[in-house]
Design a protein around this ligand. Structure first.
Ligand code: SF4
Length: 143
């Protein structure tokens, strides 16, 4: 979920370089929605160069584990679940409403920047736009 509102800020230049490559280069790239994602309970590809990583965990593991549990509960995620980035965004839209992050992400230092809430609002707005833009199943004007 943290990839949704990523705006190029991070814990070090190595961390942001890596996360920018994954988020801007892959997830937000032309084929980004098809990117496969596998959930882990450990430090993942995004965490790999993070200066706060300690082996497969975080040096603030208690805090991260609490956020992971909160996200997993809110999004109804199962351990090691696999999905595409398209599925992940659909899951966020279904389960997380604008304004929810203050409880779902309670304690995260990035929350107060409002980047993630703004991205969540855009995600829901884009969905509403698509519903308004796409012809309905009963629209036969092009047939
Ligand atoms: S507020 Fe923090 S935990 Fe929540 S999505 Fe943003 S970066 Fe992730």
């Amino acid at each position: 979920m943290c990839a949704l509102g990523y705006a190029g800020e991070g814990y070090s230049s190595a961390f942001t370089d890596n996360m920018t490559r994954i988020v801007m280069g892959q997830l937000r790239g032309p084929e980004g929605d098809e990117t496969p994602i596998k959930l882990t309970g450990y430090a993942d590809n995004i965490c790999a160069p993070c200066p706060k990583r300690s082996g497969r965990l975080c040096n603030n593991q208690q805090h991260i584990a609490q956020l992971d549990r909160s996200h997993a509960k809110a999004l109804a995620l199962k351990p090691l679940e696999e999905m595409t980035w398209r599925d992940a965004k659909a899951r966020i839209r279904k389960h997380i409403q604008p304004g929810d992050l203050k409880s779902v992400c309670m304690g995260c230092a990035w929350l107060e920047l409002d980047l993630c809430e703004a991205a969540l609002r855009r995600l829901h707005a884009n969905e509403a736009e698509q519903v308004l833009t796409f012809p309905s199943a009963h629209d036969t004007s092009n047939t």
